[in-house]
Ligand binder design. Structure first.
Ligand SMILES: [Zn+2]
Length: 304
């Protein structure tokens, strides 16, 4: 991943949000160099940059909020964007929540491929971790360790024998992301449904968009991978790490983590400037064929 990258054409999808249950139209649109990933609430006329400082409400999903406007459950589309190396993109939403589609990142990866990629011939700096940054406690934690590529080691442990202990470890290349991570679906435990519903969450969840586990049994058909659960945790992690706004070069070790810790790790890293450096691949010609004005986020985001 060396150049900034966007897509060639727009691509659209419709579906329900897993938490709010509302039907929402989503559209992916090309964005100029330097934009980053920006959610646009087309119903409110408010643009929300996908960055850690805008992240809120991290209990069951990742929500971005700015000026009273929200983009909820952004992590799966963010994982698809990051996993395909797209760095500049507008994501239009007609309502508050990203459609859950099949519960994985695969439909978003397919949309991005249908839209086609454009390498923008502007170099993309990457963020390389130089010193260990750790968040969490003895039970649940994340460490960002120095590394020359993005490598993940994620462990989960659940009481349900259908999940149990699972671990996924390895370098995350675009190929590995598309084949081994993107298809892994979100999951939930049947006994948690009443608690979720009481909080107004999970209203759009179903056996079609979520792996539902009841004690030791999976109710929603065949798993896509025997360890689909931990692979989905890696997917969520990649989506949340994208809130850094730079491709990450690090060895990320996560133990029983979740959205709150993923985003805490990003915030802690950004708050510790001595722990990282920005690097540009040295084979690239330095910067910009087309200088881009700074007001892109507010103006161009709302123009489409
Ligand atoms: Zn997820």
């Amino acid at each position: 991943m060396t150049w900034q990258r966007t897509i060639l054409r727009t691509a659209s999808a419709n579906g329900v949000g897993i938490h709010g249950g509302e039907r929402v139209a989503l559209r992916l649109r090309p964005a100029p160099p330097g934009t980053g990933v920006v959610f646009v609430r087309t119903d409110l006329g408010i643009a929300i940059p996908a960055r850690a400082e805008n992240a809120r409400d991290l209990a069951y999903a990742t929500t971005l909020r700015l000026r009273g406007a929200e983009a909820r459950t952004v992590e799966h589309v963010m994982a698809a964007v990051s996993g395909t190396g797209v760095t500049n993109l507008f994501i239009d939403l007609s309502g508050a929540e990203v459609p859950i589609l099949d519960g994985s990142a695969l439909p978003f990866v397919e949309m991005l491929h249908r839209a086609g990629f454009e390498d923008q011939k502007v170099s993309q700096p990457e963020l390389r971790v130089r010193r260990v940054v750790r968040v969490g406690d003895d039970e649940r934690w994340i460490e960002l360790r120095p590394g020359d590529e993005l490598e993940v080691d994620y462990r989960v442990s659940y009481d349900s024998p259908a999940v149990g202990r699972q671990r996924f470890a390895g370098a995350i290349t675009p190929q590995r992301f598309a084949a081994a991570i993107a298809p892994a679906r979100t999951f939930g435990f049947l006994e948690e449904v009443p608690v979720l519903r009481e909080r107004g969450l999970g209203l759009g969840g179903s056996l079609e968009n979520c792996i539902v586990v009841d004690q030791g049994r999976v109710l929603s058909g065949e798993l896509r991978f025997p360890d689909e659960f931990v692979r989905h945790k890696v997917l969520d992690l990649i989506g949340d790490l994208a809130l850094l706004e730079f491709p990450l070069l690090a060895h990320v070790v996560a133990h029983k983590a979740g959205h709150a810790l993923h985003v805490a790790a990003v915030s802690e890293l950004l708050a510790t400037p001595e722990a990282w450096e920005l690097v540009e691949p040295d084979r690239l010609a330095p910067l910009s064929v087309r200088p881009y004005p700074g007001e892109v986020e507010s103006e161009a985001a709302l123009a489409g």
